[in-house]
Design a protein around this ligand. Sequence first.
Ligand SMILES: *Cc1c(COP(=O)(O)O)cnc(C)c1O
Length: 433
Amino acid sequence: MAPVAVPSTVHDGEQDLDLTSSAIDHRLTENDHTGGNTNGQTTLSSNENGNGVSQPNLHEINASKITYTFTKEPRDVPPPGVHSIDGATVATDHMITVKWTAKSGWQTPELKPYGPLSLMPTASVLHYATECFEGLKAYRGFDGKLRLFRPDCNAARFLSSSVRISLPTFEPAEVEKLLLALMAVDGPKWLPRDRPGSFIYLRPTLIGTQSQLGVQAPTEALLYIIATFMPILHSPAGGMKLHTSPDDMVRAWVGGFGYAKVGANYGPSLLATQEARARGFGQILWLYGSQGYCTEAGASNFFVIWKSKEGKTQLVTAPLDDRLILDGVTRRSLLQIIRERLSDEIEVVERKYTIQEVIEANEEGRLLESFAAGTAYFVCPVSLIHHRGQDVQIPMGKTGEGGPYTLQVKKWLGDIMYGNVDHPWGVVVQEEH
Ligand SMILES: *Cc1c(COP(=O)(O)O)cnc(C)c1O
């Protein structure tokens, strides 16, 4: 996201109206010191500095200063397919932590053994959901190399989520370097070269740690990165079934924080998801407003491919501009690749569209394909949407494994992730041996 400069003169009324967005712009502008100055961190989050006066000498994250403390108790790599033991996610030997305080900025990044965090019961994150996270995978390629997929996009989104909940700013490129540093150390052992086509899930997390129950922006925070195993979420055989969200529940709202990967978005969504799972559905298709706009499928972006009434083949997905949905890296990448490679066949349309439009397209035989896309499930064909007692059945292609366009984009992106083709989106990790 490009930081937007704040107008220097704002009318009072305007300023009141735009308090949140101007606060966000302000922070991002301050963070935009891309000239390589690692000492220019400024923040508004401490009380004594709530007047917008910048503090010049706070430390930015400096990934090149990372310290290494290697584990003395290395653990076994789980057999393929095992991702948790006794209900706990298996993580690699190490993690990276970086502490922040409003007074002195970011401290030295540390790579150290994976293990519990220590927090006071009064820590901000435990009471006020001052938490945001990212999710991306490291892929062991068929050429033996280890790659991240567009980590710059995740790092930039991490910053935007952090700012939304008054956690500190940072230089996204430094977080990207920390991701590479963790994988350089743990990659060779945990994603061995003799397991091409495997992946590990990286979870950068930022939490407010200040032990102060007052409702305020925390003046202490902790950024950490862990690398974990997750189930290989094969698209369910025959496609994923979606259940539309209950009438009396929304995932996100205009003016809210649906666009941010903040923990506060997920806890409250679990109730409906659990209900839907109990009835045999994979995910909730979250609708918005009385018109029933389609937004996201669980924690994935949602897409339909239909023939418009004029007979044009269109890939349709919810827009980003009302900030209801998450700007998925998978979403962005597949829109980009379809625009590049299939523009003579498919028109990419980012707009609001309702569940009624989908139902109508289905009734008129215009609905061609549907899928959900995100890092976790990758590109997952959708075979059915259940809405208020009605089933919308979606074609799953000749093989029954997904429509042809769905499978084509899945292959294109997969080839980049696993190094079947060279592409700037696949960032190679320089591993330590
Ligand atoms: C993480 C997430 C996505 C997918 O984003 P990717 O960057 O593609 O993994 C989509 N929607 C929500 C709500 C998410 O949390």
